[in-house]
Design a protein around this ligand. Structure first.
Ligand code: ADP
Length: 460
């Protein structure tokens, strides 16, 4: 069996006693099965030459990490990745900015990854590159004559051509994608947007049957591979921690009130202020919610120090204070806003305790929290997710309550219908959703992608 070489900006080595979530679970399982390397940034920068990768072995897996030059890192990560690509890919051009110097640093870091990875590769390896930090890695490896199959998976949305062309040099990004053998997206809409970009007259690409596309002189596979979660892991973590003191204290503090929960990184794509205002509309439109519904929002700060994030934080604090000031009673505060991270074990149990999971991003590639919410529920008395139609997860979880995050009253009505939904209907919708999650869990996702990469090798 071919070794798997996973490459991502950050490497998630397992930590004893802690449960891994998201991508890490699937990639680690695939790496354990096939043997291989997880390669990425060590989390440290250096003012000197980054030197050789630091390698730690755990069973069949090698974790290989490198340092990045300090000046390049700032421009590559906070600059081009987070201030240019992130808003562009999420259709949020109001936050988009571009600097050629930052693009150059991004290119240098992608080339550094290629230079440090290439010597570790063996004939027959399958290379799987993750996400928008590393768009250019495949092309850089090809320039170093790496001939093994290389796949790329984009965890965030892929924009329509008219949005993509905002990026100076967008053709370079498309041609870099054509260096891969398999390019994977979260949903059919992202794939369709990619096809449309390739078909533009100035690109001159073609879309064939069977997932094959041709562009920039290469034929490769482009497909939709919606990422899943580890349903059993999620369920057992949620159940396992449910009786802990913290969760029981939370349950006690609610008395018999309904609990709405949101769990997100504090990012503008998550639509948190709109969500707070949607909850405010629930209190305006449904007086029965007064004193009877609590909304708990967990949103730890990310990318602290970046101005936009500081602004979002202040906006949310204002909105929460405002709504609580308007509606709170001596024994009830409607919004509990917690601006910090929680261990995964606690999060999954909090989701299990909730009657409603509110997942209303303005735009999201998939949104794993939506899937984790469903997986962590008690099948006999499941909570109901309210999901934004702009999240990739809404495509698979269409048995949830779906809302447009911009429609304040629509969000309020969605929350109300989830709160008031009879248990038989919740059970039925839960069964539909959990079946979808089980059919396409994280292991199936990994298997499909790696198989596709393997096929691309035999088809060459
Ligand atoms: P994104 O990747 O944009 O942050 P996702 O919902 O797809 O959004 O994935 C977020 C992952 O991070 C989920 O697995 C979720 O459980 C985890 N997560 C989100 N918020 C927190 C938090 N406050 N503390 C710990 N983990 C979190």
């Amino acid at each position: 069996m071919s070794r798997l070489i996973a490459v991502s900006n950050r490497v998630a080595a397992p930590t004893a006693g802690k449960s891994a979530g998201g991508l890490a679970v699937g990639v680690l399982a695939a790496l354990r099965e096939r043997g291989g390397i997880w390669f990425g940034w060590s989390g440290k920068t250096t003012a000197r030459d980054p030197g050789d990768p630091k390698i730690k072995r755990a069973g069949e897996i090698e974790f290989a990490t490198i340092r990045i030059n300090k000046d390049d890192f700032e421009r590559y990560y906070n600059g081009f990745s987070n201030d240019t690509l992130w808003p562009l890919l999420h259709y949020m051009l109001g936050f988009f900015r571009y600097s050629r110097a930052e693009y150059e640093a991004y290119r240098r870091v992608n080339e550094l990854f290629a230079r440090k990875l290439a010597p570790l590769l063996q004939t027959g390896d399958l290379i799987w590159v993750h996400d928008f930090h590393l768009f250019l890695l495949g092309a850089a490896l090809r320039r170093m004559k790496v001939a093994q199959p290389i796949g790329f998976f984009l965890h965030v949305p892929f924009p329509s051509f008219d949005v993509l062309r905002t990026l100076p040099g967008y053709e370079g990004l498309l041609s870099a994608l054509a260096s891969y053998d398999v390019v994977g997206f979260q949903t059919g809409s992202d794939l369709a947007a990619f096809h449309d970009c390739l078909r533009q007259a100035e690109i001159g690409g073609e879309v064939h049957g069977g997932g094959r596309v041709t562009a920039f002189g290469r034929t490769f596979i482009a497909g939709a591979f919606p990422i899943g979660i580890d349903v059993d892991e999620c369920q057992s973590v949620a159940v396992g921690n449910f009786d802990s003191d913290d969760i029981q204290r939370l349950a006690y503090s609610l008395r018999a009130r309904k609990l709405i929960v949101g769990v997100d990184r504090l990012d503008y794509s998550k639509g948190l202020e709109l969500r707070f205002r949607g909850f405010e509309a629930l209190l305006e439109r449904y007086p029965a919610a007064h004193g009877n519904v609590v909304y708990l929002q967990i949103a730890p700060p990310t990318r602290t120090g970046v101005r936009t994030y500081t602004e979002i934080r202040e906006e949310l604090e204002r909105a929460a204070g405002n709504i609580n000031g308007r509606f709170a009673e001596i024994d009830w505060v409607p919004i509990r806003y917690l601006n910090r991270g929680y261990p995964r074990e606690q999060l999954m149990s909090i989701l299990r305790l909730a009657d409603v999971g509110v997942v209303t991003p303005i735009r999201d590639g998939m949104n794993l929290v939506a899937k984790e919410f469903v997986a962590s529920q008690n099948p006999d008395d499941p909570g109901m997710p309210v999901i934004s139609t702009m999240a990739g997860a809404a495509k698979e979880l269409d048995a949830a309550v779906l809302v447009n995050p911009y429609d304040r009253q629509g969000v309020a009505d969605g929350l109300q219908s989830a709160i008031a939904m009879p248990v038989e209907e919740r059970r039925e919708r839960y069964r539909t959703m959990i079946d979808v999650l089980r059919r396409n869990d994280i292991h199936e996702w990994c298997r499909r992608f790696v198989e596709s990469l393997q096929d691309s090798a035999s088809g060459r």
